[in-house]
Ligand binder design. Structure first.
Ligand code: PSU
Ligand code: MN
Length: 307
């Protein structure tokens, strides 16, 4: 436990607690992808498959969510099932996490909030699908996901498949650089764009093995540098949707969001569900494949970090 005094708000699953105490490998998983990122029943099925992939790769999964104000680190099967269709589940980022805890609410954790809870529990590696970033139109809206500042301050490695082209990807990378976040392409020189293996952007750094990423994380710690590391892991070739095929869907989704006046934390969930509908589920299959791919790498990294 990183902050003993915070322990009274945390329920760490026995297996997760025992593994951490023994210095074993644990991978944190987020819950906003379950409640706001995917439709039912694929959300729950995917969450279970992702946990299984973590185990197959030698680590223990810890899916994180807030239930009745308790920070759950590691969900039971029953809790995961419940979350899949639960109503009144807040989407929690850094700003809303203490509110949900103080007022006994249910909440799903975004990348930012999952990093915070993982760090409180002493977990160093976290697998997700795509991170939030700088939104298109930021000049007018100032909409920049709190995920980016969290990466700058909380020492958890986040494994993602890049960021969706619904975001302003060049500005997202610029912002991460400004905030001092190492962005590492895993076996790639290009920043991946979620459904697509590549974008037109170079990835700032490249590493080709879990051990090399573990070395970077340890070195960063020893140098006293705060914050996390973002690992961008391209979706497997067989599951990718090329960027030019996604572009028209993305442009239409952005127009629709604008027409309907969707703002704030509703923007990302709106765009995601719009795209799932318009691509007739193809974007969802790709999404599921890339999350599993990230879970495998995260588990391998967590194992490397125990050595
Ligand atoms: N991007 C995705 N899928 C997701 C999300 C982002 O491709 O499910 C979720 C994550 O939980 C992420 C959050 O942390 O949305 C970002 O929301 P916002 O842009 O409101 O910060
Ligand atoms: Mn936002």
């Amino acid at each position: 436990m990183k902050h003993d005094i915070a322990g009274r708000f945390l329920d760490i699953a026995p297996e997760v607690r025992a593994t951490l105490a023994a210095g074993g490998a644990v991978v944190a998983l987020e819950s906003t992808i379950i409640t706001h990122g995917m439709p039912h029943p694929q959300n729950v099925a995917t969450a279970r498959e992702v946990e299984a992939v973590v185990r197959e790769n030698g680590a223990v999964p810890a899916t994180i969510a807030i239930i009745e104000g308790r920070i759950k680190v590691g969900l039971s099967d029953a809790e995961l099932d419940w979350l899949g269709t639960a109503k009144d589940v807040m989407k929690l980022s850094r700003a809303d996490l203490p509110y949900a805890v103080a007022s006994g609410r249910h909440g799903a954790t975004t990348v930012a909030a999952t990093m915070i809870c993982a760090h409180l529990a002493g977990i160093r590696v976290f697998a997700t699908g795509g991170i939030g970033g700088v939104h298109q139109g930021v000049e007018d809206t100032m909409d920049i996901s709190a995920d980016l500042d969290e990466l700058a301050r909380t020492p958890v490695a986040v494994i993602c498949a890049g960021a969706k082209a619904i975001l302003d990807l060049p500005r997202t990378l610029e912002y991460l650089e400004t905030r001092g976040v190492p962005v590492v392409g895993y076996r790639t020189d290009r920043f991946p764009a979620f459904w697509s293996r590549t974008s037109e952007l170079s990835v700032p750094l490249r590493l080709d093995s879990p051990d090399a990423i573990a070395d970077l994380i340890r070195t960063k710690e020893v140098l006293g540098l705060d914050g996390g590391v973002l690992v961008a892991n391209p979706v497997p070739v067989t599951d990718e949707i090329p960027a030019d095929e996604m572009k028209s869907f993305i442009d239409a989704a952005l127009v629709e969001a604008k027409v309907r006046g969707v703002v704030g934390k509703a923007v990302t969930p709106f765009l995601l569900s719009h795209l799932f509908e318009k691509t007739a589920g193809r974007s969802l299959s790709t999404n599921i494949a890339l999350v599993k791919n990230n879970a495998a790498l995260a588990a391998q990294l967590a194992v490397s970090l125990t050595r």
